[in-house]
Design a binder for this molecule. Structure first.
Ligand SMILES: [Zn+2]
Ligand SMILES: [Zn+2]
Length: 144
């Protein structure tokens, strides 16, 4: 799908976890999105893969429930979720706390962006075929 087919979202984007305790706002358009098939995403989400969006630096603000956030830190970015409901919400730098990634399912409404690639397809779940959607497939991490 080309970008001009996607309605421009009104900013800020809003979102949160499943139980509503954690809420956030995103002040700038998201800069990219992809599906991740890595085993960490499989475990985090309980699904075959998960869609995540990259936020512009400094554009994500937690507006409620920051005290309920917990992180899984297996390496790379901290994978941050709501301790009350278990929803995967975002990912941030372990040291600086900079929020780099927002889980697309946590965003309210249309985020104004679509996943444009699939990464870590070498680790895709054997029980879920990778959709034949024409998106580029990267066996390992997406090239920067
Ligand atoms: Zn929650
Ligand atoms: Zn992943």
């Amino acid at each position: 799908m080309s970008d001009d087919a996607i309605p421009a979202p009104s900013l800020p984007l809003t979102g949160g976890c499943g139980c509503g305790a954690v809420r956030f706002e995103i002040d700038e358009p998201l800069v990219g999105a992809a599906y991740c098939h890595c085993t960490r995403c499989q475990h985090r989400s309980g699904t075959g893969f998960q869609a995540s969006a990259r936020a512009a630096p400094g554009s994500v603000r937690l507006t409620a429930g920051e005290e309920h956030l917990r992180a899984w830190s297996p390496g790379g970015l901290d994978k941050v979720f709501c301790a009350l409901c278990g929803s995967a919400v975002l990912a941030r730098q372990a040291g600086s706390g900079e929020i780099e990634i927002v889980r697309m399912a946590a965003i309210d409404g249309d985020p104004g962006i679509r996943p444009s690639a699939r990464q870590f397809t070498a680790y895709a779940a054997p029980w879920e075929p990778i959709p034949d959607d024409g998106l580029p497939r990267h066996p390992e991490r997406l090239p920067a």
